[in-house]
Design a protein around this ligand. Structure first.
Ligand code: SF4
Length: 479
């Protein structure tokens, strides 16, 4: 029996009535949100800065929860892969943790000699009131490196507030490095986290167009590059929720314009490159972009067409962190002949959902900050054959016997760029057409007293109205 919680009814839309998504708010009590805490939000953004020290000021559980959380690769140092914590205990909670923080920071900087240090505040630090900024300032002055307080107490908002805390810390770094060798055809890549080497692929595209990439923030990130990022002529922002705050701050402070892009799917990847070339009003750069897109698409299209023939008409659900990725996935699934019947995000805003409504089919269900029960309900109700999400969505898909594609930060496959689109098509095809789902369905039939195929179909979902062609129940119906 699955109901939509009454408090969440305005965060779900089935496309039948005009709406404005009631999002950007704390998760409803009892919803068991798929969304992470403020601290986790800041940790995922800053984690890929590979030559910085990352120190979690709090109990060990917070550090364990976010240790090695992204599959972000580094072309050099790998200090980011170490997880340091002040491991606050009962006596620190009673007497304060500042002394412990000072000692841990001083020791770690002495041992690892990082280019900078980020200190993350967790829930308990907010409760006991440690002056983290003051400790960071003192250690920074003593050690002569930037030591940045990340005000990310887990309880003080949503994951999006964690993005903002991370951007504020990065903003303190930007503007402190030399910019002498930066030319007018230059940009920063914001909001790509180099999962499985994706930032490297994107950097190569821009360099083939004749652009200088000053800083990648934060995928394969380096402190010195971020410090001089204010010398670039343009900020190109992917993952709009995570990095728009920094892009806006740099526009206000340094006058650097920014473009919002996505690197997922043929359409959006090509558009990103064309938009950048268009921004610089450089005909030669635009021509180089066109040639590159033509070459790349010609290379991957035959294989994508072959894979599409096995996917035509299949139904997919998409649940992502930010809205831009959801847009790209809906388009990419269309490229593969698939229909998105359910789409949602953790951090989208009302305008994002309006754009998603216009992009999706009329009967696509939209969900904001969803939970496993709602996901399960709509997956069953809409006959979903593929769920695209992250580590928390994976068990929902497997328990229901549907294919799953990991499109979040733990994955090990490059899904960005043109090569990434081909990898995506292969992953989707492999999971959707896997024979394992038939085995699961037949084992269900064996363990179910009443036969499942009441309507004569061999789909294993025959207790559901849609299997036998009956109308789909309204979103808030009990099934
Ligand atoms: S909610 Fe608080 S205690 Fe839990 S992981 Fe986040 S910061 Fe740590």
């Amino acid at each position: 029996m699955i109901n939509i919680l009454q408090e969440r009814e305005r965060q779900v839309n089935c496309g039948t009535e005009p709406f404005r998504m009631d999002c950007d708010k704390h998760s409803a009590a009892g919803s068991v949100s798929q969304r992470a805490c403020v601290f986790c939000g800041s940790r995922v953004v800053l984690y890929p800065v590979a030559d910085a020290l990352h120190l979690v000021h709090g109990p060990i559980g917070c550090a364990a929860y976010t240790w090695d959380i992204r599959g972000s690769l580094s072309s050099g140092p790998e200090l980011h892969r170490m997880s340091f914590s002040t491991d606050l205990r009962e006596m620190d909670v009673i007497f304060g943790g500042e002394k412990r923080l000072y000692g841990a920071l001083t020791d770690l900087i002495g041992i690892y000699r990082p280019k900078a240090a980020f200190v993350y505040s967790t829930c308990i630090v907010g409760v006991i009131g440690d002056d983290v900024a003051a400790v960071c300032k003192r250690v920074g002055a003593e050690q002569q490196i930037p030591v940045l307080a990340v005000h990310s107490e887990g309880f003080k908002g949503t994951k999006k507030d964690g993005y903002q805390a991370a951007c504020s810390a990065l903003g303190e770094l930007v503007g402190t490095g030399p910019t002498r060798d930066i030319g007018p055809r230059s940009l920063n890549v914001l909001g790509d986290f180099n999962i499985a080497g994706e930032t490297w692929a994107i950097r190569r595209y821009y360099e083939r167009m004749g652009l200088q990439v000053v800083a990648t923030v934060t995928g394969d990130g380096r402190v010195d590059d971020i410090r001089r990022a204010h010398g670039a002529a343009l900020n190109v922002v992917q993952c709009s929720g995570a990095m728009t705050h920094l892009a806006r701050a740099m526009k206000d402070k340094y006058g650097i314009p920014f473009l919002r892009v996505s690197y997922f799917g043929i359409e959006d990847m090509s558009k990103a490159l064309y938009d950048v070339a268009d921004h610089f009003r450089d005909a030669a750069m635009m021509e180089r972009a066109r040639i590159m897109v033509r070459e790349e698409v010609t290379r991957i299209l035959p294989e994508i067409r072959r894979l599409r023939s096995g996917l035509e008409g299949k139904r997919a659900a998409v649940y992502t962190g930010g809205a831009f990725k959801a847009f790209s996935l809906v388009r990419s699934l269309r490229t593969l002949g698939m229909k998105t019947v359910l789409a949602g995000t953790q951090t989208g805003n009302a305008d994002d959902y309006q754009a998603l409504r216009e992009l999706c089919d009329d009967d696509t269900v939209l969900v904001d900050d969803t939970n496993p029960l709602e996901l399960a309900k709509f997956i069953q109700e809409r006959g979903v054959e593929l769920l695209i999400g992250g580590v928390k969505e994976r068990p929902v898909a497997y328990k229901l016997g549907v294919g799953f594609c990991d499109h979040n930060h733990e994955r090990k496959t490059c899904l960005a760029g043109f090569e990434g689109m081909l990898n995506f098509a292969r992953e989707v095809h492999a999971t959707v057409t896997s024979p394992v789902w038939k085995l699961i369905r037949s084992s269900r039939r064996e363990t179910t007293a009443a036969p499942l195929d009441q309507c004569g179909h061999d789909c294993g979902r025959c207790t559901l109205p849609m299997c036998c062609g009956a109308p789909v129940p309204p979103a808030n119906a009990v099934i």
